[in-house]
Design a protein around this ligand. Structure first.
Ligand SMILES: Cc1ncc(COP(=O)(O)O)c(C=O)c1O
Length: 340
């Protein structure tokens, strides 16, 4: 039985669930999967995660479908991406099989927290790896903890699927040109907090970062990738300093399936004058349409959604992806893992 919660009004916060799962890497090998009902961990005061930021994570969702089954979306891609993050900051990669088994297990154990079909809510899955060895010298940890917690989250668009405004602020970079931007490293998010808070205080939903080297090309939108629709083409930045979004990868495939051409390339700021639609995409929102992009430094405003409504292609892509996640449409690319 599902737990009784006000599913439609949950925020993207934290609600305790029954269990989390953990696995320790010690003496050169991963141990047994442990199931815990504790919300805390015991960690050495000199752990590398605390001092030198050896921390990586993932974010994916499970949905209750029309048929009542629980589907985890693009599990394997998240498993592959956390391996890249681990390699990027010299942490121990988690084998795909271990990642997969632990995600399935933690969802199954907390099945009563998977929101009901039709609520718009989902179960957010947060895998996390940290370096745990005690060390004061700057070097990689010998030991690691990989854990997965889950928490139900509400619908992203509580007031409906509406475009929002975002802004560009050149005084902030999230990451360095050849830095850690392509990996899901906690430090990247710490580096984005000041800019994000500043943007929110001015009424913007996110910051659109420019490439950190030349400040000429679009990079990504806070914790989401950017895509635009231009003359029937799906265009999205190719950049070494953005996270390869799994939602973006998925939308590119769906765009192709709909007969759109897909271009992954540099997008200049000036090109914003020529696009018909734009959106931020990621696990949290799927696609969040952009109304206007304001360049804070120059005062220039790029109005994208001229009538204030989401564009037809963004809307079609959003609806299609949601329908696949909810088991309303056939999953022809095998993106869902059904929890048995
Ligand atoms: C920096 C950043 N870019 C993009 C994304 C979107 O990635 P995904 O579609 O895999 O959620 C996220 C969120 O995970 C993110 O944190």
């Amino acid at each position: 039985m599902e737990k009784e919660l006000d599913w439609g009004n949950l925020s993207f916060g934290y609600i305790p669930t029954d269990y989390n799962v953990r696995c320790y890497y010690r003496n050169g090998q991963w141990g047994e999967i442990e199931v815990s009902s504790s919300e805390t961990i015991n960690i050495h005061i000199a752990a590398t995660a605390l001092h030198y930021g050896q921390e990586i994570f993932e974010g994916l969702k499970a949905f209750r479908g029309k048929d009542g089954k629980v589907r985890i979306f693009r599990l394997e891609e998240n498993a592959k991406r956390i391996i890249e993050s681990a390699k990027g900051i010299k942490m121990q990669p988690i084998p795909v099989e271990l990642f997969t088994e632990m995600v399935k297990k933690v969802v199954k154990l907390n099945e009563r927290f998977v929101p009901p079909y039709g609520s718009g809510a989902s179960l957010y899955i947060r895998p996390l790896e940290i370096g745990t060895s005690a060390q004061v010298g700057v070097k990689p940890s010998q030991e690691y903890l990989f854990l997965i917690l889950v928490t139900p989250v509400g619908p992203y668009f509580k007031e409906g699927f509406r475009p929002t405004n975002i802004c560009i602020m050149r005084e902030f970079d999230r990451v360095a040109p050849k830095g850690t931007g392509r990996w899901k490293v906690g430090g990247n998010y710490a580096a984005s907090l000041d800019a994000g808070e500043r943007a929110h205080s001015m009424g913007y939903s996110a910051v659109l970062y420019l490439d950190p080297k030349e400040k000429k090309y679009l990079d990504e939108c806070g914790p989401a990738n950017f895509f635009a629709i231009k003359d029937g083409k799906y265009i999205t930045p190719a950049s070494e300093s953005i996270l390869p979004s799994i939602t973006n990868m998925t939308l590119q495939q769906l765009a192709q399936d709909m007969g759109l051409e897909v271009e992954r390339r540099h997008i200049t700021l000036e090109e914003l004058e020529e696009i018909q639609e734009a959106a931020a995409c990621g696990t949290a929102a799927v696609a969040s349409p952009i109304a206007e992009i304001d360049d804070i430094d120059t005062g220039k405003k790029y109005v994208i959604a001229k009538d204030g409504n989401p564009g037809p292609v963004t809307t079609a892509l959003y609806n299609k992806l949601r329908a696949i996640q909810l088991g309303e449409e056939e999953d022809i690319h095998s993106w869902n893992t059904i929890v048995e």
